[in-house]
Design a protein around this ligand. Sequence first.
Ligand SMILES: [Zn+2]
Length: 210
Amino acid sequence: MKIIVDDFVPANTGWGHSMEEGQILRIRAKTIVDFACINLHNLNERFDQARTKVYNMKIWISTGDQLFSKLNNPMMTIIEDQFSGQGYHDLQYGSCSGPRYARAKEEGRLNQYHHGDDIPIPDHGCWENLIDGFSEWQIPPELIPSPLNIFQHVNIDVKSGQINHSPNRPIDPIYVDLQAEMDLAVAASACPDLAAPEFGQPIQATIFER
Ligand SMILES: [Zn+2]
């Protein structure tokens, strides 16, 4: 295994790097990681939640499934998923953010994160962290893709369509491996994860070749 980069990413910060086709990204964490990718040679071709759900014909993706772009191309393949059997990765939510947390507080909805009504709210979240992660490529804030939310297990009521935060997270850090199907700019956010049992935690991002 040839390690290209192996980075520690502190809680509630962003990380980004370029990847060559065939290289593998390993995301290791025990809390939510918002993840997105962009075609390195066409920054207008970005990861797309809806295309990904349609091409895989499901709302949960795992080993063998692919991440798709708005231009209908496979961008990455999940080749290993240690969360399988314990929980799912979310493709419904966008990213958390400073404004999102402020609004939840305003609306009296902080108890939906399972830690009560008066938890401190961060002034930024995954949206701002992904902007940082993609800063080398200067992706405008409004064009940051809605992410694959790794380790964000949500409960969906199929009758009402209501999506509820769940505290289901890996007990210890585990990983998901994603293989690049094209040259990419990738970015990840160590989510402040207000619904996790111990809130947001640092993550590890490793790019390697077999
Ligand atoms: Zn987040």
